[in-house]
Ligand binder design. Sequence first.
Ligand SMILES: *Cc1c(COP(=O)(O)O)cnc(C)c1O
Length: 430
Amino acid sequence: MTDGPSYGFDTLQIHAGARPDPATGARQTPIYQTTAFVFRDAEHAAALFNLQEVGYIYSRLTNPTVSVLQERIATLEGGVGAVCCSSGHAAQIMALFPLMGPGKNVVVSTRLYGGTVTQFSHTIKRFGWSATFVDFDDLDAVKAAIDDNTRAVFCESIANPGGYITDLPAIAKIADAAGIPLIVDNTSATPYLCRPIEHGATLVVHSLTKYLTGNGTVTGGAVVDSGKFDWSANDKFPSLAAPEPAYHGLKFHETFGPLAFTFHGIAVGLRDLGMTLNPQAAHYTLLGTETLSLRMQKHVENAMEVATWLEKHPAVEAVTYAGLPSSPYNKRVKSICPKGAGALFTVALKGGYNACIKLVDSLEIFSHVANLGDARSLVIHSASTTHRQLTKEQQVAAGAAPNVVRFSIGIEDAADLIADLDQALARASA
Ligand SMILES: *Cc1c(COP(=O)(O)O)cnc(C)c1O
């Protein structure tokens, strides 16, 4: 397909980045299951290694199947480039890697995917990095948390576990004023529901594992660059603005302009950290993206129906879905996620911990798994699983109190999901 910025989302989710295979005419993007690519001659090899010519060397860095997916995701997000990697967690490290260094910090929202909280509170300290956790509804607190060593601000668009909506333009303004990029994890929303770059984000990260693949088959991630950040405006980002010692002194920003972050992500990030997406996984995700808008419409429709029904159920104390008029985030949905509030929310049960356990064990269509964004409806009792190691106070702060279950609503028949919940709630409150 020729580049057509005027094409609609439904067209781009099928065609962006792809063209019939030049060698065979294959209409679907082939899986280039190869580690290395033959150089035309020694001069071609040298040009590739000097980044003077773009092409394929070795699949840890670039692979044609993965490249199609990178271009597709960048297009759907409205970015200039994307780097795919081995998981959503890898994407977070890949996003931070060019920005951070020993002694530097990132200001992050308290409302994050459980694994991200762990990665940011403990694991990144091994690199000498740190994270400062703040309630992102308190804009003054976000501002106050940024200091001279802060290199990025990080949040989720639709945030875990309750499906809260982050005020992205307000957070972007704070990051801008501090001269640092805003990184938004857009996994729970997908570019169909929310396009963070349009709200001022510099970088967007994804777990491809969730809605983008859409059927629980792949572990993958992506970092999308808006191409809008001026890495040379201050001296905070030497990896991008100053000579990069890891690439014989190349100045990425000066050389590649708006593609600096993407080139650095491939030439240094993937080359040295090796968190590469394999071509088979890229293929599954390409298939998934083709139906993204259709699936997200149904996810949102079902989530609204199920959440509305649950809110009226006598065994239910509260439902956090931002699509409900009762949610404090309902007004924000219209500006940040105009096509719907996603399909992720938590439900507090009057019967407490025991009722939650009984509910989870009684559901038949819903699967009890530590995942989200599958075509199947999923449920998890966070307090006894993913948030088990936290104190009760921490569980409550994380939106994972003992009387709370988290739902990821799938694309089955809503009536069947409601019937399943009805029988399970009856057993849970018996
Ligand atoms: C799943 C998830 C991640 C981590 O992604 P993996 O692919 O499991 O590494 C990060 N952020 C959010 C919002 C997620 O849902």
